[in-house]
Design a protein around this ligand. Structure first.
Ligand code: SF4
Length: 289
């Protein structure tokens, strides 16, 4: 396999074959994000991607069940381009069960339902969308390039076509001043999305990013571990979803939590209350990005 630059994938795609269909992120402006800052966005030629599929087959044989299409938002690719990749994956890997992809709101809403349904029929059945925050003010501050309403519409559109959704909420993006706003507005947006999966990650300030410069100048203040926990507790108290698998056990999180919403809401809130009361947080040296 040939990879350009650093490769990222969601934690749940740890066992997937990683296939780079695009290079970088078409937006690449979020103030906290350093994932693709070293890459200029471009689409890889479909022939190159097909060659990589052959190379993966030579290496792994035909027993590949999951594939993740990198980089930042490969769902931006035109439908015929994606279908050529998906069709070849199905031919080469007959046991293929699922293909995943990062997507942004625009990628999703710009695809007609029929296109998304055809992709689902060819196993592209889960997308990962970084909501980050449900507050439009915070989304503007972090230069997300989309409003909460646009992201809600994107997630609902993808789900209505039969795709599964995995949404990421980023604790702490409101800083110390606006942690309540980040919690309550994100809970509102997530409730409207009603995603299949929801991950709450904790913001980590990466050197060299605009957010790191804002931290240095005092424009952004990073919450303390107890404040992150209080934000997540407030979020959980406000969120109203029907059947969502919830995870907050990423390396970045101070209090590892997992459960199903709404079923486990009370337990999750109680675990956070207990952690706040006893100052029981993951030490910094055990945290990662
Ligand atoms: S957070 Fe997502 S959309 Fe924003 S720059 Fe990073 S990869 Fe691109």
């Amino acid at each position: 396999m040939r990879y350009v630059g650093n490769i990222f994938r969601p934690p749940s795609e740890a066992d997937s074959l990683l296939l780079q269909a695009t290079i970088g992120c078409s937006h690449n402006r979020c103030t906290f994000c350093a994932m693709y800052r070293d890459k200029r966005f471009r689409v890889r030629r479909v022939e190159e991607v097909l060659e990589d599929i052959e190379a993966a087959h030579d290496y792994h044989g035909s027993d590949v069940r999951r594939v993740f299409l990198c980089d930042g938002n490969a769902l931006i690719l035109p439908t015929p381009h994606l279908l050529r990749i998906l069709t070849r994956l199905e031919e080469v890997f007959p046991e293929l069960q699922r293909v995943g992809v990062y997507a942004n709101a625009r990628d999703l809403v710009s695809k007609p339902t029929a296109d998304l349904q055809e992709m689902v029929a060819h196993k592209l059945s889960i997308f990962y969308l970084g909501l980050e925050s449900g507050s439009d003010r915070i989304l503007r501050e972090i230069d997300k390039g989309a409003t909460a309403e646009e992201m809600v519409a994107g997630v609902r559109h993808g789900m209505s076509a039969g795709m599964k959704s995995s949404v990421i909420y980023l604790l702490g993006l409101g800083g110390r001043k606006r942690w309540q706003e980040n919690a309550v507005e994100s809970a509102k947006a997530v409730s409207q999305m009603n995603p299949n999966y929801l991950s709450a990650l904790t913001v980590t300030v990466v050197p060299g990013t605009p957010l790191a410069r804002q931290l240095e100048s005092g424009e952004f203040e990073l919450p303390e571990p107890a404040e992150f926990a209080a934000e997540l507790r407030l979020f959980l108290e406000h969120v109203d979803v029907k059947a969502t698998v919830f995870r907050s056990n990423h390396a970045s999180n101070y209090v590892p939590l997992a459960g199903r919403l709404p079923r486990d809401k009370e337990r999750l809130v109680a675990e956070l209350t207990e952690a706040i009361r006893n100052h029981r947080f993951k030490p910094e040296y055990l945290r990662g990005l």
